[in-house]
Design a binder for this molecule. Structure first.
Ligand code: F58
Length: 838
């Protein structure tokens, strides 16, 4: 590139005159807004409602994003740096407008602009629907990593699926049952995506795979169903930088519109059948969390997405004109859990069948291109695909997996001769009826590095599920990258007053500290400053009022904002132990009931919030919701206690609901059985907003405590190394619950006795505790209650409490997703930042 290339076509001056830059002043913003109202929306000033105004504002912001996006992509094309691709089946983005305005540094201008046109920016922001293309932590982590990649100017693209329906909407029936409704999030059009109907790839399913047997490992794969993958691009703006990265989401379409022959023959159903089956692939996000199902449609989603993404990545690579063996010098692919593991045999297939490479060369390329992140050690969540299903849907990939396994086991045999147990433990194929492919093992052996998502979890990966692989491949392949969260959304956006106070106090611009979060340490001395503490406390108070207002307008309940706000929000799961929390609430209620009115008056009012969705087929988790709702119904209406304890279940938890709940919390609960929560990320969000943490010694809680100081967190419960022994005791030397934990036995009896409605309904849930108690509710109950008592005690001294809150925030710098993504870039991908010329 000389910078003096010939203008491609037409008159350069006329071209340049037609080009525009990013709008930065109020006048050009209002002009662009009005323009979009008139033309893009075909509406007029006098019939424009808030939704229309939101759309006009979004379209005008999108124009700006596109300009930055274009410059960014041009820079990447010209400079051809090594790029990383983040493959994730889930991107839980939430809303975009506010985040885009803040990252562009244009929030104030838009606020003034829409005000001049008669609207309030807050009302418009509220009209946006969440993009909820994820279940929970794993999907939200992917979204935070995209924000950080762009903010740190890293050439990273995301690849995912454009589900027509995101995670279901949660409704709660009057009895307290969770009901699910579809989430048609695209119904009001999505201003944040650019359809790229010209970027499309064919993806094959089923058919026949035949080895050529010509002395090469090649095979031909023909027949079956062919489906089109069409690209939709979502712009990902970095914070105070021009860099605007891309998230490419695939939509499935039939290769041919419909079958005209069937149509002409009068078979109308037949005519649309194949087109429906193609469209079904990206129709809906699977709402499971921490279970693996083995459903054909899910397998098709995974292959459809990995095949289209790889084809796209390789097309871009080929444009560089490099030799195919240089792939690892230009491409790093991060596998977000095992969901995209089929990319490994797919790249083998392309290199062998299409590019005619020999096996070893192909395997070496694959091995230097992929990186695998594990997000759980729970056995029920480890993906396994039945061999017969794989053979049917992806016959060529099944052959390749068998070949990978053969060479792999030969190498294991060489290192550990005669160790047959080891071979069967490590085989990619689990024997049984049916045989199954162990996807975590395939991801592991096909990748250059493997990591867990917090120190403890990475240790567990190394010593439990992948122990044999560590012994075989060496420990250096198995690392840790502790998760992080983006401080843009999870502080600046959700808690603007606190963010402003921090800038003012540190005397550092947001454009600086939001991207170097360690700067928060500068807040430490201000913990001793009474005026600062008052401001800090006042902001927390206003955030509590904002939450109370949300509850008032959506649920109709009035909340005492002078109470302590105690929050547990996450997917409902036995291992996360919402049950422990609600049983603790009942215990507190019984204790209050037993007190004299005078004694009660000394108790600080506590408001306990729960929110979270249960997988639709997860019966026990749904029963827990029902119990919470009914406990709330009884407790909140009891005149003896309602001044001291109230409980709310906030329905339809989402990213935007989290943005209201998190800044309002005094204390939040992260109380998984030790060793079960890989990391957790909401723990980080609460602490970054000045809430303190009650938790078990699990996941990232441990590192948070290391950073903020153990005196600023409330730990309880058994430790990871003891959990297995305790479970063993439960099996072989069970102690009756009345003996082990009388307080809990009493609570369970009250539930059975009908204190919260028909006790029989809850029996299956209570049985999980009375009988097996796999998650150690009874073993941890007393220490949990003791930790909550410490919280009460600490809360009495408001000054000390606020000091703890300030010191906590000051020490949360490590948990920025910028730190995490830079670790991936430096220690895993070998990808460097590259700046886009202004
Ligand atoms: C979560 N996993 C972990 N999985 O549970 C959490 O500790 C961690 O902080 C987070 O990942 C990010 O690393 C998680 O969210 C899922 O939602 C999967 C969805 C697809 C099915 C299997 C579970």
């Amino acid at each position: 590139e000389t910078g003096k290339e010939k203008w491609p076509r037409g008159d350069e001056k006329i071209w340049k005159a037609g080009m525009r830059g990013v709008d930065t002043d109020v006048a050009s913003i209002t002009k662009s807004f009005v323009n979009h109202v008139q033309t893009s929306l075909a509406r007029q000033a006098h019939n424009l409602d808030d939704l229309g105004a939101y759309q006009a504002a979004a379209l005008s912001v999108r124009d700006n994003l596109i300009l930055n996006w274009d410059d960014t992509q041009l820079t990447y094309t010209r400079k051809a740096p090594k790029r990383a691709y983040y493959l994730s089946l889930e991107f839980l983005m939430g809303r975009t407008l506010d985040n885009a305005l803040l990252n562009l540094g244009l929030k104030d201008q838009y606020k003034d602009g829409v005000k001049e046109l008669g609207f309030s920016i807050e009302d418009l922001l509220d009209k946006e629907r969440d993009a909820a293309l994820g279940n929970g932590g794993l999907g939200r982590l992917a979204a935070c990593y995209l924000d950080s990649s762009a903010s740190q100017e890293l050439p990273v693209w995301g690849y995912g699926l454009r589900y027509k329906y995101g995670i279901f909407q949660q409704l709660i029936s009057p009895e307290g049952n969770q009901l699910e409704a579809p989430d048609p999030w695209l119904d009001n059009q999505n201003p944040w995506e650019l359809p790229r109907l010209d970027v499309a790839y064919e993806v094959r399913f089923y058919g026949q795979a035949e080895r050529l047997n010509d002395g090469t490992p090649r095979a031909s794969w023909t027949g079956g169903q062919e489906v089109l993958a069409v690209a939709y691009d979502v712009m990902i703006p970095g914070c105070y930088t021009k860099t605007t990265n891309n998230l490419r989401l695939w939509e499935s379409k039939p290769k041919r519109g419909f079958d005209l022959n069937s149509f002409n023959a009068g078979n109308y159903e037949g005519a649309i059948e194949s087109s429906n089956s193609a469209a079904a692939i990206t129709s809906v996000l699977y709402p499971n969390d921490h279970t693996s199902f083995g459903k054909e449609l899910r397998l098709k989603q995974q292959y459809f997405w990995t095949a289209a993404s790889l084809a796209d990545i390789l097309r871009r690579f080929k444009n560089l004109g490099k030799s195919i063996t240089e792939i690892p010098d230009y491409i790093a692919i991060q596998l977000n859990d095992t969901h995209p593991t089929l990319a490994i045999p797919e790249l083998m297939r392309i290199l062998i069948d299409d590019e005619d490479l020999d096996w070893n060369k192909a395997w070496e390329i694959v091995n230097n291109t992929f990186f695998y992140t594990n997000h759980t050690v729970l056995p029920e969540a480890l993906e396994k695909w039945p061999v017969p299903l794989m053979e049917h849907v992806l016959p060529r990939h099944m052959q390749i997996i068998y070949d990978i396994n053969l060479f792999f086991l030969q190498a294991v045999e060489k290192k550990f001769p005669g160790d047959r147990d080891r071979l069967s433990r490590m085989s990619l194929i689990e024997e049984g009826f049916p045989k199954q492919v162990r996807m975590a093992y395939l991801a592991c052996i096909g990748s250059k590095k493997v990591n867990g998502v917090a120190e403890l979890h990475s240790d567990l990966v190394r010593t439990t599920i992948l122990k044999d692989f560590v012994e075989f491949e060496g420990i250096s392949k198995f690392g840790n990258v502790t998760n992080g969260i983006t401080p843009r959304r999870w502080l600046d956006q959700c808690n603007p007053e606190l963010s402003d106070l921090i800038s003012k106090t540190l005397k550092v611009e947001k454009s600086v500290w939001l991207k170097s979060l360690d700067k928060l340490e500068g807040l430490l001395p201000f913990a001793e400053d009474a005026r600062f503490r008052r401001e800090w406390a006042a902001i927390k108070q206003r955030n509590k009022e904002r939450l109370a207002h949300y509850v008032q307008t959506t649920l109709g309940f009035t909340i005492n904002t002078h109470a302590m706000f105690d929050v547990q929000i996450k997917r409902l799961h036995e291992y996360k132990r919402q049950t422990l929390n609600i049983l603790g609430v009942i215990h507190r209620y019984l204790t209050l009931k037993a007190m004299t009115p005078e004694a009660r008056q000394k108790v600080n009012h506590r408001v306990v919030f729960f929110a979270g969705k249960a997988a639709p087929a997860y019966y026990i988790a749904k029963l827990t919701i029902r119990l919470i709702v009914n406990v709330a119904r009884i407790i909140n209406a009891d005149p003896d206690t309602k001044e001291y304890l109230t409980v709310y279940f906030i329905p339809d938890y989402s990213v935007s609901v989290a943005e209201v709940l998190i800044p309002a919390s005094d204390i939040s609960q992260h109380i998984s059985t030790a060793g079960t929560e890989a990391s957790g990320t909401s723990n980080m969000k609460f602490c970054l907003n000045g809430g303190l943490l009650v938790g078990t010694v699990d996941g990232a809680n441990i590192e948070i405590a290391e950073s903020v100081g153990e005196s600023n967190v409330f730990f309880f419960g058994h430790l990871t190394p003891d959990v297995e022994d305790i479970r063993y005791q439960h099996m072989y030397h069970p102690i009756p619950i009345e003996e082990k934990c009388p307080a809990l036995a009493n609570v369970l009896n009250k539930i059975s006795g009908g204190m919260f409605g028909d006790g029989g309904v809850y029996e299956p849930l209570l049985k999980t505790i009375r009988q097996v108690d796999y998650y150690l509710i009874a073993d941890d109950f007393d220490s949990y209650i003791a930790a909550l008592a410490m919280v009460d005690e600490a809360y009495l001294d408001k000054t000390e409490w606020i000091k703890k809150s300030i010191k906590t925030v000051a020490k949360m710098g490590k948990f920025s997703s910028d730190r995490a993504i830079l670790e991936y870039a430096e220690s895993y991908w070998n990808v460097e930042a590259i700046s886009v010329a202004k």
